[in-house]
Design a protein around this ligand. Structure first.
Ligand code: ADP
Ligand code: TRP
Length: 320
């Protein structure tokens, strides 16, 4: 089974990204032939500052390697190191009905939020289809927000195969329904666009300050509290064992424990969980040659597949 996923390098990774995307990707590398790439072409639809694009790309590379992506198990690469996806995107785009792209929620949402409606933003799902089909991935793990894009990919692959013969594997989305939406410090979905994140690689005083800011109700120390409606508790459950969760829930219900105490427990858990990853990241960042080598080798592995697929597709449509 071949598995492929991608992430845009568009900001500091937070614990929503970690539990929603990174941890599942790290677990999946044990289950098949894994491909994971940094979608820097896609990020250009929103990031138009070259220095920022470069540094965010390397930040994401460091983050993933520090969190447990093993380059011996996963081909980890920069999207732009496999430029074959562009030619493939063109071949696919000639079969893509405008209406299919016009129905994409992600495009409509971004434009509704005031983003300029560029051709790149509109054609985003076609490039995503090319990413997936280039390596003939069987499974594409994504968050719910990306499900429609994988459906577009399936639609385009089926159209292409019907028109020109069996070139592409039809991929299945694997939606992480069991992964809860991680709340941010204000209780809304944690997202860099809401400014409510707890960053994985934040630490020390700045992290403590963020954790202490998590919004709670205004119950007094001695009052009984409800763990099921508390953001601090919800975040704590991501890190704690079942027994630890039950213990904290008991303290909430009994009263006599303040939210400050729960926040300190959460902070300790976060430091325990991410401490070794922070150390690893510091080590890796002192050896960027190694990180670049990993990305290059990953790209070579993906390129072998992409070149083969492109050759088949070019022959099928009559370019060769
Ligand atoms: P953001 O909302 O911060 O811009 P992205 O949209 O770039 O994050 O998401 C990258 C990945 O992380 C996606 O797979 C998405 O499903 C996952 N993700 C983002 N925020 C959360 C969250 N709060 N809870 C769970 N998963 C999340
Ligand atoms: N669009 C995805 C996101 O924003 C990133 C992405 C680009 C991707 N190409 C992909 C994900 C191919 C899976 C497969 O999260």
């Amino acid at each position: 089974m071949r598995i492929l996923s991608g992430i845009q390098p568009s900001g500091k990774l937070h614990i929503g990204n970690y539990f929603g995307m990174m941890k599942p990707a790290i677990e999946l590398q044990e289950q098949g032939e894994a491909y994971l790439f940094i979608a820097n072409y896609h990020a250009m639809t929103t990031v138009q500052d070259p220095a920022a694009l470069r540094s965010m790309t390397m930040d994401v590379a460091l983050d993933f390697l520090a969190c447990g992506i093993d380059p011996n198990k996963t081909a980890f690469y920069r999207q732009s190191d496999v430029p074959e996806v562009h030619e493939l995107a063109w071949l696919l785009s000639t079969l893509t009905p405008m209406g299919l792209l016009e129905r994409c929620h992600s495009y409509k949402d971004k434009v509704a939020k005031g983003m300029a409606a560029s051709h790149g933003l509109f054609a985003y799902p076609v490039l995503m289809a090319a990413d997936i089909l280039a390596v003939n991935s069987n499974v594409v793990p994504v968050g719910r927000d990306q499900k429609q894009h994988v459906e577009v990919t399936r639609d385009l692959a089926i159209r292409f195969n019907n028109a020109f013969g069996e070139v592409f594997t039809i991929p299945e989305p694997s939606i992480r329904e069991d992964v809860a939406v991680v709340p941010g410090v204000d209780g809304q979905k944690m997202s860099k666009s809401y400014g409510n994140t707890l960053e994985i690689f934040n630490e020390g005083k700045p992290l403590k300050k963020r954790v202490m800011k998590i919004l709670t109700d205004s119950k007094e120390l001695e009052d009984a509290k409800d763990p099921d409606t508390c953001n601090v508790y919800a975040l704590y459950t991501l890190f704690a064992s079942a027994e630890e969760q039950a213990e904290l829930a008991e303290c909430y219900r009994a009263g006599g424990m303040g939210y400050g105490h729960a926040k300190t427990a959460l902070l300790e858990k976060m430091n325990e969980h991410f401490g070794p990853m922070r150390e690893k990241r510091t080590e890796l960042s002192a050896d960027m040659d190694y990180v670049n080598d990993v990305l290059r080798q990953g790209a070579e592995k993906a390129s072998v597949l992409a070149r083969e697929t492109l050759k088949n597709a070019r022959q099928a449509v009559g370019l060769e």
